[in-house]
Design a binder for this molecule. Structure first.
Ligand SMILES: [Mg+2]
Ligand SMILES: [Zn+2]
Length: 195
């Protein structure tokens, strides 16, 4: 199956000087709420199910104010499975870019059998962002809620932060945080320690 990658880039580079650093966030369960479907964590399939975490604007705003460039990299195999229309995914991306200080959202539309380079745990989306926006993945953070996010981040050379959830117990990451705001605290504390 051939599916175009649905990338929407904001087209603005927010680097504030040479020291701007980078944080890459997973989408579902991190930026927006996870949907429980048949007892398992799943992705929203319509705008009613797509609810941005109410603490995300303030949390990411702090990171932006500290000079970080912020990106999103998300697996959306529901596209390959025809469980969601590309237009819906694009509308979710537009909602993210409207609500949050994020430079670009990358989406992998593939499923396991497609053998793409972008589906996490592969690091293709992260490598592509670094190439297209000209930042160094070493010193960048990858923040997610599954082992796939952690593995993709590690493969790309990022420090990894796992948001602790009932469904990811036992996953090992460089850091763990109970909530998005706590993840931002960790990143900013690390930034302070480098001054
Ligand atoms: Mg997730
Ligand atoms: Zn892919």
């Amino acid at each position: 199956m051939e599916i175009e990658q649905h990338d929407i880039d904001r087209g603005e580079h927010a680097a504030r000087g040479k020291k701007a650093r980078t944080a890459i966030f997973d989408r579902d369960g991190v930026i927006n709420r996870i949907v429980m479907r048949d007892g398992a964590p799943a992705s929203p399939r319509n705008m009613e199910e797509f609810i941005i975490d109410p603490e995300a604007p303030a949390a990411l705003g702090r990171l932006k104010a500290a000079g970080f460039r912020i990106y999103v990299a998300s697996n959306q195999p529901d596209l390959a499975r025809s469980n969601v229309a590309p237009e819906i995914i694009d509308a979710m991306t537009a909602a993210i870019l409207a609500a949050l200080p994020i430079e670009a959202v990358r989406i992998c539309p593939h499923d396991d059998g497609d053998g793409c380079d972008c589906r996490k745990p592969r690091p293709g989306m992260l490598l592509g962002l670094a190439r297209d926006f000209g930042f160094d993945l070493h010193g960048a953070f990858m923040i997610g809620d599954t082992w796939k996010d952690v593995h993709a981040g590690r493969a790309a050379g990022c420090a990894t932060i796992l948001l602790e959830r009932d469904y990811n117990r036992g996953v090992v990451a460089d850091f763990k945080a109970a909530a998005l705001s706590a993840a931002i605290d960790l990143i900013l504390a690390d930034e302070d320690s480098r001054r």
